[in-house]
Design a protein around this ligand. Structure first.
Ligand SMILES: CC(C)(COP(=O)(O)OP(=O)(O)OC[C@H]1O[C@@H](n2cnc3c(N)ncnc32)[C@H](O)[C@@H]1OP(=O)(O)O)[C@@H](O)C(=O)NCCC(=O)NCCS
Length: 193
């Protein structure tokens, strides 16, 4: 199981508790216009009871060792939720993990997502022993593609009509990074391009 509290230079990643409901809800509300385009759960009629249900499910998933969601916070303002990042296993046999994320709209474009994914990759490879990490990114989501590219992921190909988003089946790119690639990039210091 990954640690419940991770840090980077600028960020704290922490497991959700019930106390996070109002700041999480605020972040979602302030970002719904952007989230709605790419994330199936981010319906324009999203309500605070959806947030409560998400936190309940997230707490349960940690308990059952199924999936690990973190609330991303800036060290300079730790009471405010600035985004989500999640890690889960897609293949035990292949030691493959998947990572998903979103950042609140007024904090995008500052490298927060890249920094958070980098930290979760380290936890996944070094502490949990995964062999491979994958991201599934909707075709056309250039900002998210950029995160994958900056961290040294390789685009393996396109998964056809992978997710139903707002009534349309959307193709997704599958991006991956191997343990040895992560270590080599980290050693050469060339990880973030
Ligand atoms: C995709 C997303 C997570 C990126 O988060 P982020 O913290 O902005 O990511 P980063 O700053 O690390 O990098 C994003 C890249 O997108 C671009 N970008 C994103 N938002 C930007 C903004 N508001 N202003 C300028 N550039 C922006 C930049 O090109 C940046 O690359 P750069 O460092 O080379 O300039 C965020 O835009 C988001 O939550 N989008 C909606 C939900 C979503 O798409 N989730 C991912 C599903 S796979």
């Amino acid at each position: 199981m990954p640690r419940a509290h991770l840090e980077t230079d600028r960020l704290i990643l922490q497991r959700f508790t019930r106390k996070d409901a109002s700041t999480l809800d605020d972040a979602i509300r302030a970002s719904l216009g952007d989230l709605n385009q790419w994330l199936p759960w981010a319906r324009m009629d999203y309500t605070s009871s959806d947030t409560t249900a998400f936190i309940r499910e997230s707490v349960q998933a940690w308990k059952e060792n199924r999936a690990w969601d973190y609330s991303i916070r800036l060290k300079t303002d730790p009471g405010r939720h600035v985004g989500n990042i999640s890690l889960w296993t897609v293949s035990k046999l292949g030691k493959i993990s998947e990572i998903g994320y979103w950042i609140r709209s007024d904090e995008t474009g500052r490298g927060v997502c890249t920094e958070a994914v980098d930290r979760v990759l380290e936890e996944g490879f070094a502490a949990l022993g995964y062999h491979k990490a994958v991201l599934r990114i909707a075709v056309g989501n250039d900002n998210s593609d950029r995160v994958a590219d900056k961290l040294g992921f390789t685009r393996e190909g396109v998964l056809r009509e992978e997710l139903l988003i707002r009534g349309n089946w959307v193709d997704h790119s599958l991006w991956s990074l191997l343990d040895r690639e992560y270590r080599a990039l980290r050693q050469s210091g060339a990880k973030r391009r």
